[in-house]
Ligand binder design. Structure first.
Ligand SMILES: Cc1ncc(COP(=O)(O)O)c(C=O)c1O
Length: 325
């Protein structure tokens, strides 16, 4: 899979002990190297992955090209449309035509699509589509001789909340096909407006064209992580990217409200101007975190730190200083 695909795949492979091969992307275009993808295929390859779009840069991978490789080698291609599935499905009708990314492409065998992102439903229910019922059946599990009865389960999660599934269904009905086309139109229009605005800020460089709803940028003249902290101070939250260093914002319904996009652009311009005035010298928390992480050659130490952080969130022991109080 392209290195830009979501870590959910790395996590699944770690759980199921599957060897994952991450294919680098071109450092300039950030598109996956198809030659390297083809060369990485072995007789053990069980799946190819493409994102539509990927999380870091919002780029849609070349699905038709990857599909050709998949068909040639007889390997199923999974399209991860978790992030933007509920936009790309409506973009043609919203006036922003896209190349085919779904079962119209013959090598695509499965597609994941999160309802809780641009489907606007509560988290906890999602969608995976398979080209055929035979492929879907691999997901089902049944045990016929259990003393507790005949057991059958359709997904990795066992017990699931019917409440969340009902809320998901109700939200889908509330928006309906027309509603999703309209929301898609508004979100893509604002995304392109913000991408255009950022591309005109001197010192800021878009990392990729905004194929869907993510705008990603970097800088050749200042430490881009300063912009994250500068924008936090103005009430915005931008995500940090690495390899290459960058920031991104995923445009949502909130940003389509009157005046929000213009405020974001004005605040970005002001922040960039302040950074350039400071001569790149004000180290800020995000710059220090990413700067330090990049200097650590052994990335397992970075992972250990991240796991320590999660562990600390689950910590329930009372610190000794307060125990005697
Ligand atoms: C592109 C993409 N794929 C997959 C996922 C799946 O995430 P999770 O493991 O949280 O379900 C996400 C979530 O942000 C995503 O953006």
């Amino acid at each position: 899979m392209p290195v830009t695909a979501h870590p959910a795949f790395n996590k699944a492979c770690a759980y199921f002990k599957i060897k994952l091969i991450r294919i680098p992307v071109d450092p300039i275009t950030l598109e996956v190297d198809l030659k390297k993808m083809r060369r990485a295929i072995t007789k053990n390859t069980c799946m190819l992955v493409a994102s539509a779009p990927n999380f870091p840069h919002g780029a849609i991978d070349p699905i038709e090209d990857i599909s050709k490789i998949a068909l040639e080698y007889g390997i199923p291609l999974h399209v991860d449309a978790c992030l933007g599935g509920f936009l790309i499905a409506f973009m043609d009708e919203a006036g922003f035509p896209l190349k085919p990314f779904d079962f119209r492409v013959p090598g695509v065998m499965s597609i994941s699509c999160d309802t809780h992102k641009y489907g606007f439903t509560p988290k906890g229910a999602s969608v995976i589509l398979y080209r055929t019922p035979e492929i879907r059946e691999h997901q089902f599990y049944a045990l016929g001789d259990w003393p507790g009865g005949i057991y059958a389960s359709p997904s990795v999660a066992g017990s699931r909340s019917g409440y969340l599934i009902a809320c998901c269904w109700a939200t889908l009905m509330y928006y309906g096909h027309k509603g999703y086309v309209e929301e898609t139109r508004k979100i893509i229009e604002v995304t392109r407006y913000i991408a255009d605005g950022w591309s005109k800020i001197s010192g800021l460089r878009l990392l990729h064209n905004s194929d869907v709803s993510v705008v990603a940028a970097g800088s050749d003249i200042f430490n881009i992580y300063y912009l994250i902290d500068g924008m936090i101070a103005k009430g915005w939250h931008l995500n940090g990217l690495q390899n290459p260093a960058g920031i991104h914002i995923a445009i949502t319904q909130l940003h389509t409200q009157a005046g929000v996009a213009d405020r974001l652009l004005q605040d970005t311009r002001d922040c960039v101007a302040e950074i350039l005035k400071s001569d790149n010298k004000n180290d800020t928390p995000t710059a220090v975190i990413y700067g330090t992480s990049q200097k650590v050659p052994d990335k397992s130490i970075v992972c250990d730190m991240a796991k320590l952080f999660i562990g600390a969130c689950y910590e329930t022991r009372i610190p000794s200083a307060t125990k005697n109080e």
